[in-house]
Design a protein around this ligand. Structure first.
Ligand code: H79
Length: 492
């Protein structure tokens, strides 16, 4: 039996056990607890439905190659951070016990009534923006669940709105043919068994049982994957807190992969992430299929898949009059990410009435309009061979290199020599380009009148596959920071 079949069988068996045994054991345990501790029926939801099983070897757990390729080819996704906190306009999760007292934050759901929520509208916006997938916060660090969970009452069905937002969105994504994915934080500052406690939370910790929390976490993940899937990605977060460990990361990775073998899982499931830069440490093997730079553009990397997550404004969750990025900043971010061979997960925080802010929708649509014209230089391309720099970046597909010049730093863009003949050069953005083969490589000259403010795209037709060319940096004065560029620096 090959290891993957073995893994599946093990999990199926575990699943079968979970559906029969825990009903009895769980109920019995819950009844005992109810007598001993005076728990309510709702509390019994925290009981584990898990059965332990022997861990499978790591090599059996690699991401499905076809899923990974499809995900990479889609290049551009829409991130959505939403919850009752949008009523306050402060940051999701983080403002609990900071800007908003815990008691107030934890009761916001009682007023959450996003009457204008329309899944069809959201998915249409995502499609018009040119995004190929949506990742939405099923649960952020604050523990609130935007779906109908049988394991907690701190969920959408307890709000005046009552509708299962996650279900409506998942169904609509499946209908409109856009990949549906969830963000699920490992942190849960609301749950009595989660440790450590969040800021400003003075509940005692004596009775907290982290193992019981992990069972709750797994139960909810199973609920999402089996009830709202198939998912493209399970996007974890909050792995940095003290009770999470590399072993717990592997265990959770294995668990989720077992529930849906072709699912992708980000590197925040484990403990290998290098801070906000997001790539996975190499001192040992860590769980996770791709790196997750946050609020910064990842460095050029063709070896490990990665996805930059970044906000369209400054806050992840809705904030009135939050500072929004210009169209130029948005598109430069997308192009620099694609040029580094990464994906972009671009975030909006919908309003408490259920709508995405009109000016953000407008910005997304503008990106979509640009992508209608030039999407061929982004989707299903690979980054390089010219490594990104302040001047711009390049992508490639087949025998073509797309050179995106974002910032002209002189008359002529001097590209280094490559091991292929350039058969033809065209300006996709209109006008004519002059190419000259010189000792230093390829001199690209675009008259001032044909240089575009946002992106001047030169397509180089080669005499063979572009991806085979070894990545090479563009020399000074165009080089500058050849490594990753920070969000704030992207358009300076
Ligand atoms: O979901 C989004 C963020 O809420 C989450 N990850 C992305 C995808 C995230 N969790 N933690 N962080 C991001 C790092 C946050 C750091 C800070 Fe703070 C939060 C800086 C300011 C607020 C905590 C509070 C640290 C300093 C003050």
């Amino acid at each position: 039996m090959d290891p993957i079949t073995a893994l599946l069988q093990t999990d199926e068996q575990a699943g079968a056990r979970a559906s029969v045994l825990p009903l009895r054991v769980g109920m019995l345990a819950a009844m005992c607890f109810a007598v001993l501790v005076g728990w309510s029926e709702a509390d019994a939801k925290y009981e584990s439905e898990e059965s332990s099983h022997t861990p499978e070897p790591v090599h059996a757990l690699r991401a499905n190659a076809a899923s990974l390729q499809k995900w990479q080819e889609s290049r551009f996704g829409l991130f959505i951070h939403w919850g009752p906190v949008s009523l306050k306009g402060t940051e999701i999760g983080w403002s609990r016990g900071r800007e908003i007292p815990v008691a107030e934050y934890d009761n916001l759901y009682k007023r959450f009534d996003p009457e204008k929520f329309d899944a069809h509208e959201w998915v249409s916006i995502a499609k018009e923006a040119g995004t190929k997938y949506i990742v939405i916060t099923s649960k952020h660090h604050d523990g609130f669940c935007i779906w109908d969970s049988k394991y907690t009452d701190y969920d959408i069905t307890s709000t005046p709105f009552r509708r299962d937002v996650l279900k409506e969105l998942a169904d609509e994504c499946h209908r409109q043919g856009i990949q549906f994915n969830t963000y699920h934080s490992i942190i849960d500052w609301y749950h009595p068994d989660y440790l450590p406690r969040g800021s400003g939370d003075d509940r005692p910790t004596d009775d907290a049982d982290f193992e019981r929390y992990v069972a709750y976490l797994k139960n909810q993940l199973r609920e999402i994957i089996t009830g709202y899937g198939p998912l493209g990605v399970m996007w974890f977060d909050g792995e940095w807190e003290s009770h999470w460990s590399p072993e717990r990361g592997w265990d959770l990775y294995r668990y989720v992969r077992g529930l849906q073998p072709d699912i992708l899982i980000n590197n925040r499931v484990g403990k290998g992430r290098m801070g906000m830069r997001g790539m996975t440490k190499t001192d040992q093997e860590y769980a996770g299929d791709f790196g997750t730079p946050e609020q910064e553009i990842g460095r050029f990397n063709r070896d490990t898949p990665w996805e930059t997550c970044m906000t369209i404004c400054r806050q992840w969750a809705f904030k009135p009059n939050d500072q929004m990025k210009s169209l130029k900043e948005c598109l430069h971010t997308l192009v620099r990410v694609a040029g580094g061979d990464g994906n972009l997960l671009f975030n909006v925080g919908p309003m408490p009435d259920g709508r995405i802010e009109p000016r953000q929708v407008e910005r997304l649509r503008e990106m979509g309009t640009w992508l209608k014209d030039y999407g061929q230089t982004v989707y299903a391309t690979r980054g390089g061979p010219f490594k990104p720099g302040p001047w711009g970046g390049s992508t490639c597909k087949g025998n073509r290199i797309y050179v995106h010049v974002l910032d002209w730093q002189g008359e002529t863009l001097q590209l280094p020599p490559i091991d292929r003949k350039v058969v033809r050069g065209t300006l996709l953005t209109g006008g004519t380009v002059e190419l000259k083969r010189t000792e230093e490589g390829i001199a690209v000259n675009v008259p001032e009148r044909y240089r575009r403010d946002i992106d001047t795209i030169v397509a180089l037709e080669l005499d063979g596959p572009a991806f085979e060319i070894a990545p090479v940096a563009v020399a000074s004065p165009w080089a500058g920071l050849e490594e990753g560029t920070h969000a704030g620096e992207a358009t300076k």
